[in-house]
Design a binder for this molecule. Structure first.
Ligand SMILES: *Cc1c(COP(=O)(O)O)cnc(C)c1O
Length: 431
């Protein structure tokens, strides 16, 4: 399959090149030239199918023959080697827990898949690839973990000093090997700005092959469709009754689900649940896309003022607002309401939700006011200990620290301090 640039449809490239470069030369996102469909009857027997077979069927046409079939299956075995439980919360509400991977955030699947693809494409190449990524918390840990030990690939992660949680910092700075953490004096926006500048700096790009590892990259974005397919595999009931609610920031996760729907998944509707960063909820009201600077919230992985993947959703629907409205609802929730939902879930349903999952739960509550016959599944995108302060403070409890996290807390931190762009440039030129 070819991928084309959303800014210039004439420009097409292979899956391999789309993964290696991350973004088209005109700085636009890549989009698949067509959306494949599942074989007839696929979903009627999905509950009897093996998870790897399901994932393989979903991704294989996008990858084409650029990774041999057996190798692709081996990659999927490695990527999906943990559980995705579908947990019942209350009548007609369940959650699909996506946080049982190595860094306890749902980004593990995309990061691992991309790392494996890039590792495969780098075999036999003389020049190493450098993955350069800015993180406000979760992305960095998942990327560091996914790429650890992948030959031919170096990872450089920029994070804002003092602005990520202790757990998140340990996940970035204790791995070593091909992972380097740069501790930046500044904010996440400063980190992101430095990364963007480096991509445009020909002195650097002549020396190093740079790529990014955020959900702009097709190899991080598309495998997120597996979650929706796994939910269908596990759901007991009519798949047409399902409505998915996705806590959304950059809208990569939900967009992958909407691709699965276009491929034939019988689920009819999606809910994009956001915090007060509400560009998309406002767009779904007035058909006017108006980005804004991001606002800090307790669900900070969704503090995005101009979601980068929304153009892909628009493309999927050919900018047909009416049609999109049939398949997508979107609601925004304040921190206060989110905390209330966390308390409700804990007190009444004995479930500890992290703030992102709680926003997803609220999305279902809003939607079911008018559609009580639907069965809502919200995606729980992070383990509650990843947002420990908020959970402790809201629920007055000490959640148990799982072993993946406990294992790294005592390891020493290694980070290189960087105070400005020149510091980043010097690092990239000298190492
Ligand atoms: C990244 C992230 C999100 C948002 O996902 P998008 O694909 O960017 O919409 C939601 N929850 C958590 C915990 C995250 O880390």
């Amino acid at each position: 399959m070819q991928f084309y640039s959303l800014g210039n449809p004439e420009y097409k490239t292979s899956f391999r090149q789309a993964v290696i470069t991350g973004i088209a030369p005109d700085r636009s996102l890549f989009f698949p030239e067509y959306i494949p469909v599942f074989p007839k009857g696929f979903f009627e027997t999905i509950s009897e199918k093996d998870t790897i077979e399901i994932a393989f069927e979903g991704i294989k046409d996008f990858v084409g023959d650029e990774i041999p079939k057996e190798k692709l299956k081996a990659i999927l075995e490695q990527v999906l080697d943990f559980d995705f439980p579908l947990v019942s919360i209350e009548e007609k509400v369940s959650t699909l827990e996506l946080f049982h991977g190595p860094t306890m955030a749902f980004k593990d699947v995309g990061a691992r898949f991309m790392a494996n693809c890039l590792g495969y494409f780098s075999e036999g190449e003389r020049q190493e690839v450098t993955v350069l990524v800015a993180t406000s918390g979760d992305t960095g840990g998942a990327v560091a973990n996914g790429f650890l030990g992948v030959e031919g690939v170096n990872v450089v992660i920029l994070y804002p000093s003092g602005k990520v949680s202790e757990i998140q910092e340990k996940q970035l700075t204790t791995l070593g090997q091909n992972i380097t953490a740069l501790e930046v004096t500044g904010t996440f926006d400063d980190c992101q700005h430095m990364v963007k500048t480096a991509f445009l700096d020909t002195t650097i790009t002549q020396k190093r092959k740079l790529t990014s590892a955020n959900s702009i990259n097709v190899a991080r974005w598309l495998p997120q469709m597996f979650y929706y397919l796994i939910a269908c595999q596990k759901f007991q009931g009519n798949l047409e009754d399902i409505v998915f609610s996705i806590p959304s920031g950059n809208f990569g996760n939900i967009c992958a689900g909407m691709v699965a729907q276009r491929m034939g998944m019988p689920v009819k509707h999606f809910i994009a649940a956001t915090n007060v960063n509400d560009v998309v909820p406002r767009f779904m009201k007035n058909n006017n896309y108006e980005p804004k600077p991001s606002i800090a919230t307790i669900s900070n992985a969704m503090d995005v003022g101009d979601p980068s993947n929304f153009v892909r959703i628009q493309k999927l629907y050919q900018n047909d607002f009416e049609l999109l409205s049939e398949h997508l609802s979107s609601y925004s929730f304040t921190d206060e309401v989110t905390r209330k939902a966390m308390k409700h879930l804990y007190t009444n349903e004995n479930y500890i939700a992290d703030p992102h999952g709680a926003v997803g739960y609220l999305g279902i509550q809003s939607f079911r006011e008018k559609h009580p016959e639907k069965h809502g599944i919200f995606l729980e995108t992070a383990h509650p200990v990843k947002f420990l302060d908020v959970v402790q403070d809201t629920l007055n409890i000490e959640p148990e620290v799982p072993k993946q996290i406990a294992n790294i807390l005592h390891k020493p931190k290694h980070a290189i301090p960087v105070s400005n762009y020149e510091g980043l440039k010097a690092f990239l030129m000298e190492n």
